[in-house]
Design a protein around this ligand. Structure first.
Ligand code: GAF
Length: 387
């Protein structure tokens, strides 16, 4: 559904229910061109906000309760501010987690109503949760005039996800949702948090997302395990190279020397991260000189690493990437996000999209007995007030 329709629906439901004009904030989902599982290793990422959004409508109340309504789940929750805690309703946790962060950081809130609506597909690896968290932080910042800067909101959103969803995510998703810019990808250094917008308007090429419509239950637990494995790798490298703070500082030679002889699994994980960082830097150089063929090859390389060494892919994702690998109309493809399901991201020649989708949908249904859905992602601006 188009963003404007969603926004209008949300506004009218909010007015009907609370008899008040709300403040409405839009926060987008994201794609990532390359640089996966590098953010929590102090590395680089290359995400962009897209034209799929979460809308949050808010207004103040007279008491100290918060009333949350999800249009998508057709559920609500009411809780007093002093009782904020995790809920059994997962959609509410992303909001409650942010409220909890605001309170822990001593921001003064009073009661409010919050209604949420959106079209970022859930579990597709497009960061619907980060979009909810950023939208909530931004809306409450405006509503209560808290004067929080965007980066602090991003950090609180990340913490909310750690504490209320239990996933030790890096900073990429929230950063992209908050700082996105039209027609640009964000080259973010996750250590210094310095960033640069790289123009990303490719003549005749579109970003096509192919949704496996799979979400394996491993995604949360294995995400945290990968993060731990990277930390274990760093501990091994540090014994010989104490200046290595994170995998960002390690080289392949260091891993060969200090990790390979001790633990082959940890070695594979770390090797992937070190190589992925380099692939991203090479991909950025290629993008800057307009060499999309090289950028695309780096994406295929990224997928191979994620599948074989980092082991966060799944048969559905591998199938979709394998199917397009030798197709001259697809310049690059790979799984995107945390893994174990969700979408692949593909750079596809515009005129070939229709035929490609037709062909892949049939093959996917035949082989995986599942439905393939697709989105053509348009790069959009980050979180903002819309009314
Ligand atoms: C998820 C996380 F939320 C991000 O921080 C990032 O680590 C990504 O997986 C993998 O690159 O989206």
């Amino acid at each position: 559904m188009a963003g404007q329709t969603l926004q209008a629906e949300l506004e009218s439901s909010f007015k009907n229910r609370y008899q008040k004009d709300p403040l409405i904030v839009r926060s987008p989902g994201r794609v990532n061109i390359i640089g996966e599982h590098t953010d929590y290793n102090d590395g680089f990422v290359l995400p962009a906000a897209i034209d799929k959004n979460i809308f949050v409508a808010v207004s103040k109340r007279e008491d100290d309760s918060i009333n949350l309504v999800s249009q998508e789940f057709n559920e609500e929750l009411e809780i007093r501010l002093k009782d904020i805690n995790r809920s059994e309703k997962q959609w509410a946790n992303y909001i409650l987690g942010v409220v909890d962060q605001l309170l822990k950081n001593k921001y003064t809130l009073s009661g409010f109503n919050l209604m949420i609506h959106g079209d970022v597909p859930i579990g597709a690896g497009l960061s619907s949760s980060a979009a909810v968290e950023c939208a909530t932080a931004f809306a409450l910042n405006e509503l209560f005039q808290l004067q929080i800067d965007k980066l602090d909101m991003v950090k609180m959103a990340q913490k909310a996800e750690h504490e209320y969803a239990g996933v030790k995510v890096g900073i990429m998703d929230m950063f992209a949702s908050m700082f996105g810019k039209e027609d640009s990808v964000i080259r973010l250094d996750c250590r210094s948090l310095e960033y640069k917008y790289e123009p990303f308007k490719l003549e005749g090429i579109k970003i096509v997302l192919l949704n496996t419509n799979v979400k394996h239950s491993l995604s949360t637990s294995q995400y945290n395990v990968r993060r731990q494995q990277c930390e274990q790798g760093v501990e091994l490298v540090k014994k010989k190279y104490p200046n290595v703070i994170n995998l960002r500082d390690a080289t392949l030679a260091m891993l060969d020397e200090t990790v390979a002889p001790v633990d082959p699994v940890i070695y594979k994980r770390c090797k992937y991260v070190v190589e992925e960082n380099q692939r991203l830097l090479d991909a950025c150089e290629a993008l800057e000189r307009g060499d999309i063929a090289t950028l695309g090859q780096k994406m295929y390389g990224s997928h191979k690493g994620l599948s074989v060494e980092y082991e966060v892919s799944c048969r559905e994702l591998d199938f979709l990437v394998d199917k397009v690998r030798n197709n001259p109309n697809v310049l690059g493809a790979r799984m995107m996000g945390g893994g174990f399901g969700g979408c692949t991201i593909n750079l596809v020649k515009e005129e070939a999209i229709g035929e490609l989708i037709k062909e892949l949908s049939v093959a996917y249904a035949d082989t995986m007995s599942r439905t393939l859905t697709h989105y053509i992602a348009v790069i959009n601006s980050g979180t903002s007030v819309v009314s």
